[in-house]
Design a protein around this ligand. Structure first.
Ligand SMILES: Cc1cc2nc3c(=O)[nH]c(=O)nc-3n(C[C@H](O)[C@H](O)[C@H](O)COP(=O)(O)OP(=O)(O)OC[C@H]3O[C@@H](n4cnc5c(N)ncnc54)[C@H](O)[C@@H]3O)c2cc1C
Length: 386
């Protein structure tokens, strides 16, 4: 077993880390203050990432991506996790599900997304359907050769900058022994499609500037050519291509935790109370020890699940464990870092309170901690027939 990185992998880490430090950190405070990413900064980040050859680094060489392994992509995401998501969004990792594009879809959606010419957003969640994806009420019904979509989606990240949307809607119901089961189909929807509206969403305490929007469909008419994958095959295409995205939350959580940890470590070494650095107090030193132990454990769990994907091994349970543990670890680490900073930790003079707020969403999106536990236990009990 080799825990070392190759020279090339070390270079990926150092390139992305210096990009985040030089191109993302300087804009963070202003984005946090205004809740907006100025268009010129978004464009500049995009252009520099394209020049670096890292845009769409989650795509294979066959479609113009750099063809990184799952492990290498996890290393990129870990470094991006250090930076504000509102800004690292423009580092550009289009949804892998676009690999399911066929025929004209390739030139209209996949290739422009990989080249950084068009941005995508993924829309699954609805006001009444979050964890229970199949409970979605947004429907597409047949009308002649077309589909007519009605309903709404909410919490859709990156929708403010998206040129097109990957949208999951119900296209029928099957009667099964366990009750009715909705059939789901995935559609590609251009932003300017008549009957489709992108509206401002809620303000979140986590990741200000990384907006989430509401989507409304009012008799939105789409031809068959907009179906991504097969009609009624939404779950198949989701399972094939979105299976590994939960690993991103885990890797970003590890990167962010390491940044927060560095702040806490240095603050503890410098802050004097009772005539000595607070690091000298066992109550503080032990918190630091627990923090780094948990970060390292989450890092190993995450990278090993990426490695499993590269080996073609099953990784569903391992990815769920990584997402669960890393996001819960980040909450504990940011909370401890804030405690170590005392009152200053709560002040917007320092970025600690932002890290603490940002950490909160990681346990919720891309499947809550409870849903990850559900996946883990289901995978363990399945062979026992329980
Ligand atoms: C900032 C933000 C951005 C987002 N971006 C996107 C996006 O771009 N695209 C998109 O499609 N979605 C997005 N989401 C949606 C996100 O994936 C959902 O919020 C998440 O899946 C949880 O759904 P919910 O919020 O409706 O909570 P609910 O599903 O209503 O859950 C409420 C509570 O019940 C628990 N619960 C539910 N079912 C079970 C169960 N079976 N067992 C045990 N506990 C259960 C949950 O764990 C949770 O604690 C985003 C969410 C946020 C907050």
């Amino acid at each position: 077993m080799n825990f070392g990185l190759s020279d090339e992998q070390e270079m990926i880490v150092s390139t992305v880390r210096s990009f985040v430090e030089n191109e993302i950190y300087p804009h963070e405070a202003e984005v946090e203050r205004t809740g907006e990413v100025p268009a010129e900064i978004a464009q500049e980040i995009k252009r520099k990432v394209i020049d670096l050859g890292f845009y769409a680094c989650n795509f294979p060489e066959s479609v113009g991506g750099p063809g990184l392994s799952h492990l290498e992509f996890a290393l990129v995401e870990r470094e991006l996790g250090r930076g504000s998501m509102a800004l690292t969004h423009f580092f550009g990792r289009p949804q892998n599900i676009l690999m399911a594009c066929e025929g004209e879809q390739v030139d209209r959606y996949l290739m422009p997304a990989v080249r950084g010419e068009r941005m995508d957003a993924l829309a699954m969640t609805e006001p009444d359907a979050g964890s229970d994806v199949r409970g979605m009420k947004c429907t597409a019904t047949r009308d002649g050769d077309d589909w007519v979509i009605n309903g709404s989606k909410h919490f859709i990240s990156g929708a403010d900058h998206a040129d097109f949307f990957i949208v999951f809607v119900a296209t029928g119901v099957d009667d099964t022994p366990r009750g009715p089961k909705k059939r789901i189909t995935c559609f590609l929807v251009d932003r300017d499609t008549p009957g489709f509206e992108v509206a401002r969403g809620y303000n979140s305490v986590s990741h200000r500037g990384y907006k989430n929007c509401n989507l409304y469909f009012d008799d939105c008419r789409l031809p068959d050519a907009q179906v991504l994958g097969e009609v009624d095959g939404g779950f198949a295409v989701m399972n094939e291509w979105l299976y590994a995205t939960r690993i991103t939350v885990a890797t970003m959580s590890v990167g962010r935790a390491r940044r927060v940890f560095d702040h806490a470590l240095h603050y503890a070494a410098e802050r004097q109370q009772f005539g000595q650095p607070i690091a000298k107090f066992q109550g503080v030193g032990f918190q630091i020890a627990d923090m780094i132990t948990e970060i390292d454990a989450a890092d190993l769990l995450t990278l090993s699940s990426a490695w499993r994907l590269d080996q073609g091994l099953s990784a569903n349970r391992e990815i769920a464990s990584a997402k669960l543990y890393a996001s819960e670890m980040l909450a504990r680490v940011t909370d401890a870092a804030l405690q170590i900073h005392g009152g200053m930790g709560l002040m917007d003079e320092l970025p600690i309170e932002r890290f603490w707020r940002d950490a909160r969403v990681e346990r919720i999106w891309d499947g809550t901690s409870e849903i990850q536990r559900h996946i883990i236990s289901r995978e363990l009990f399945r062979p026992l027939g329980a």
